[in-house]
Ligand binder design. Structure first.
Ligand code: WT7
Length: 630
């Protein structure tokens, strides 16, 4: 796919763009950060507020369990809110929000601070203390931002579960995190319909123990079941004296956990990626500031969901740490018409817009006229994340949306990295389909199977060689798996799970996952989750899931199912299985295609050989079959 760029097409930023940018000379910054990356990360940390300064920038005495800013005390919520409330930013908009039905809300830093403090007081009154886990399951409404910041404020560890996930996905995450409190909305608006979040949560709670209190935020207003003694309405508690009071803040250690975020891995259940207050704060602050070139007057829109790392880092924490104005929209991009996003860019004067290739491809299909109806001249920068962007979509985005004047920041990163790792800055020449080079101070490489760097333009395993502040600290409850999965294939370096090439200019071209992770519309799903959802259906004996290329989604899920003996194959059953996966994991996991088969290709040890299924579906050579059982 990215070969077009490799043929030498380069887009240079205009002199206006460079003139205005925070960083005008990438090489200079890169040189400084590469020569002394600890010094660089130390100076960036110095731009934020600390209750107590760190003793050491990096403690690598127990690799790969790196620690950053040890001995330091800081609170990310303090840096997002209190720090600004003391300055002129008190009256600046922190958050602008539009609901799917067209409602509008904006909150100054003062207001967001005030409401977050109330939220924190309510949580404290429920007995939530430092270190306790709190699961958050909501749509894109302002309360999700307050809930996250409120947890951080009191040192509680949030675990946000994407509102598009369903019963089993939520159940697993509540149980694994041992959350005491669940914060849930009654429902969420999506494409004009209501997703019954509270109802889904009730079903998940029947499967999971441990939750003592459920705090329910009213959004959609439909009738919901409220369990006496367990469930409480947020808006009712807000009226009580317990919500008032001081702006209590926990003086957390730099290395205290800030959140868990579950993500799909190679095998088994999703794993809880753990991030901490100090390093994550410095990493997200720095990358947003330099890559999206935050200026005081900017309105920044990251069109992701707070339930994914993109939303954590660049709707909530990064923008607020920078004292920027963050815009959030509740609903679907095409509701009620495919111009919804463009209309909001015009309405709110968005300057920086960040989305995923799948959304760009989806909107591109509706044609230029929907975009051209709107004045998008406020835009200065565009961004892309989640999967490789094909040059065709890149060019459309650049020309039709950006009017050829907005550089596109194609940012490669992961839940695990917490922040952008391969990314341009506005002053960097771009090649469509490449995220350009690693962020200053980050050393990466591409290895062959033997752990040796490959030559230019050769494909291999992409690795990260230097630690960085916002790196994951561990997999919660499973440190062995952290070591095994990320640090074992090539000892001493971090394995990304992606394959990539690097061209003669040092530009990286990410190809895709080399493990059993499927990127569907930029969402990360594990084959194991889809398979176990299928197998949990009474008719299914065995199942295999693979990803196959799809024009809009990037990849689509294809599944192969062995039915239990005596079960009849039918189209109705296929549809029932699709619905079942949607109910258990979430609509995003519904298979594109289900094929009933009598056997699956397996190794002698019983592992499904997905590459054989993939090769067969694509009409390609399945390669070495010597380990195939049958
Ligand atoms: C995987 C991580 C971190 C934001 C959202 C995804 C793929 C991410 C790019 C990009 C090519 C990309 C990789 C990566 N990916 N950004 N700009 N170009 N591929 O986070 O869900 O943890 O997924 O997304 O395969 O490993 P995530």
């Amino acid at each position: 796919m990215p070969s077009e760029g490799l043929n030498g097409e380069v887009f240079y930023p205009s002199s206006e763009v460079i003139e205005y940018a925070n960083i005008k000379n990438w090489d200079e910054l890169n040189k400084r950060a590469s020569e002394d990356y600890l010094g660089f990360w130390e100076s960036m940390a110095g731009e934020l507020d600390w209750f107590k300064k760190w003793d050491k920038v990096l403690d690598d005495s127990n690799k790969p369990f790196y620690k950053w800013y040890t001995g330091g005390k800081c609170n990310i919520s303090y840096n997002c809110l209190d720090r600004h409330v003391k300055t002129f930013r008190r009256n600046k908009l922190a958050l602008i929000w539009e609901g799917e039905k067209g409602e509008f809300k904006s909150m100054s830093y003062y207001a967001l601070h005030r409401e977050t403090c109330k939220f924190a007081n309510i949580l404290r009154s429920m007995g939530v203390k430092k270190g306790d886990r709190v699961t958050i399951y909501m749509g894109r409404i302002p309360e999700i931002v307050m809930a996250m910041l409120a947890c951080a404020r009191i040192g509680a560890v949030h675990s946000v579960v994407y509102g598009g996930f369903s019963v089993e996905a939520l159940h697993e995450r509540i149980e694994d995190s041992q959350s005491k409190v669940l914060i849930v909305a009654d429902g969420a608006y999506q494409r004009g319909k209501i997703v019954p979040l509270k109802e889904i949560a009730d079903e998940a709670l029947q499967r999971a123990g441990g939750i003592e209190h459920v705090l329910v935020v009213k959004r959609t207003g439909q009738e919901v079941n409220m369990e006496e003694g367990r469930d409480m309405w947020y808006h009712e508690l807000l009226k009580l004296p317990i919500a008032k009071g001081d702006g209590f803040i926990e003086e957390t250690d730099a290395e205290d956990p800030l959140f868990l975020l579950y993500t799909s891995g190679t095998t088994g259940k999703p794993k809880a990626i753990m991030h901490t207050h100090g390093g994550y704060m410095v990493g997200t602050y720095t990358t947003l500031k330099y890559v999206f070139d935050i200026h005081e007057e900017d309105r920044f829109w990251c069109a992701a969901d707070p339930g994914w790392i993109t939303g954590h880092s660049y709707i909530v924490y990064g923008p607020l740490l920078n004292g920027a104005t963050s815009f959030m929209y509740e609903g679907a991009p095409t509701h009620p018409y495919p111009n919804r996003w463009w209309q909001m860019i015009e309405n709110y004067g968005i300057n920086i817009f960040y989305t995923a290739p799948t959304a760009i491809r989806g909107l591109m299909r509706f044609g230029d006229a929907w975009v051209k109806r709107h004045d998008l001249s406020s835009l200065r920068l565009l961004g892309s994340v989640g999967e490789p962007i094909n040059p065709e979509a890149w060019k459309w985005y650049h020309k039709t949306v950006g009017n050829e004047k907005c550089p596109i920041m194609d940012t490669w990163w992961q839940t695990e990295t917490g922040m952008f790792m391969i990314t341009p800055m506005p002053c960097v020449p771009l090649k469509p389909g490449s995220g350009t080079k690693p962020f200053p101070g980050i050393e990466m490489d591409i290895y062959n199977e033997d752990g040796k760097p490959v030559k230019d333009d050769e494909e291999g395993f992409m690795v990260i060689k230097t630690p960085w502040p916002s790196m994951m600290r561990t997999i919660y409850n499973d440190p062995d798996r952290y070591v095994q999965q990320y640090w074992s294939k090539f000892p001493g370096v971090y394995l990304t799970g992606d394959s990539a090439r690097r061209d003669k200019d040092g530009y990286y071209w990410v190809i895709g996952r080399v493990d059993d992770v499927i990127k569907v519309s930029g969402y990360r799903l594990g084959t194991a989750e889809i398979e176990s959802a299928l197998v949990s259906h009474a008719s299914v004996a065995e199942a295999a899931a693979i990803g196959l290329p799809h024009d809009v989604k990037g990849n689509a899920i294809h599944t192969y199912v062995i039915l239990k003996s005596g079960v009849n194959k039918s189209e109705e059953l296929k549809e029932a299985l699709r619905q079942h996966v949607g109910h258990e994991v979430g609509p995003i996991a519904k298979p594109e295609q289900i094929e009933f088969v009598d056997s699956l290709p397996k190794t002698r040890s019983g592992k499904i050989m997905r590459r054989v299924l993939r090769a067969k579906a694509l009409g390609q050579d399945p390669g070495n079959l010597s380990t195939l059982e049958d």
